[in-house]
Design a protein around this ligand. Sequence first.
Ligand code: SAM
Length: 352
Amino acid sequence: MKKELSAIEAKFEAQKIAFGPMYFQAMVAMRDLGVLEYISSHRKGVEIASIIRDMDLSEYTITLLIESAEVLGVVEVEGTIVRISKIGFFFLKDEMTRVNTNFMNDVCYLGAKEMTESFKTEKPAGLKVLGDWPTIYQGLSKLPEPAKKSWFEFDHYYSDNAFPEALKIVFKKKHRNLYDVGGNTGKWSIACAEFDPQVHVTIHDLPVQVAVAKQNVQEKDLSDRISFREIDLLDSAQKIAPGADAIWMSQFLDCFSKEQILTILRNAHQASTADTTLYILEPFFDNQNFPAAQYSLVATSLYFTIMANGNSKMYRLNDMKELLDTAGFEVVETYPLIGDSYHTILECKIKH
Ligand SMILES: C[S@@+](CC[C@H](N)C(=O)[O-])C[C@H]1O[C@@H](n2cnc3c(N)ncnc32)[C@H](O)[C@@H]1O
């Protein structure tokens, strides 16, 4: 059973919420000013006076950053010596933490102030700080820097980890014709074309994204193996064409509300026969091995609220299975937490 907190402990926890954004920015500053790296490079610890002497920063800056980091457990201070802690090491060196921090800072931070408004209107009220689009998807390829770099690093970090194992799973079957729905920059489609020399892939995405994917495919000299379909899958009049052996949706359905997911799955259903396999790759937040994964995925849902479209989120595994069932699909195989990733693949067929 969870230990009950004393009133003093609970009040302290509440302050962590109250001041969280300030500490977050202090750690970003400490990282970006190079102070954390400097401390980390002295593994046994370093005199605070030496940091002030060696770095082109004031005593005020160094001492306040160290005081903030000590509160968070990012550094340990003993007398006049400071050293990096295990938490500090992960904040500085761990790739997932770096990608998440930059995503929060460059894409989400300014817009997060519009959280209440976003929930009230179910619109991404924070998105206006990046551009004037109804959802972030119309603006992805035109995001201002550094938001664009951080958005794509975040998206690719998670899907890239899943792709090597996913390729082995998908190509256990021979697929001649594969649709990559929400194909984004074309990474998965290119990986498929390189993995199986006989497969033909069609990227389905919004026009702005298709333009970027086309360029990437041309650069890889794969234009005869990868085609494009400009499509807005929120418009149920725009039908997915029949003829696919496999329909692939990776980190795609979490971009939509449950009602919208049903519309999209029904669209996939009308394009499917008994020979079509639908693959869904998603990081479901309730089947993760590590608490850091669930914590990150729920925060990602809040990004969808304020910046992406105001009504989508990361889902539970069973939510997705129920939506698939309602749309007329059965899950024939579940591949949980494939490879070194947070993703599960649901392999689906139409119900007879
Ligand atoms: C989070 S990205 C996933 C990218 C890729 N599949 C991956 O796993 O990295 C979602 C993709 O869905 C596309 N998308 C969003 N709304 C869409 C819509 N209404 N119709 C078609 N594609 C859409 C976006 O443009 C984007 O490329």
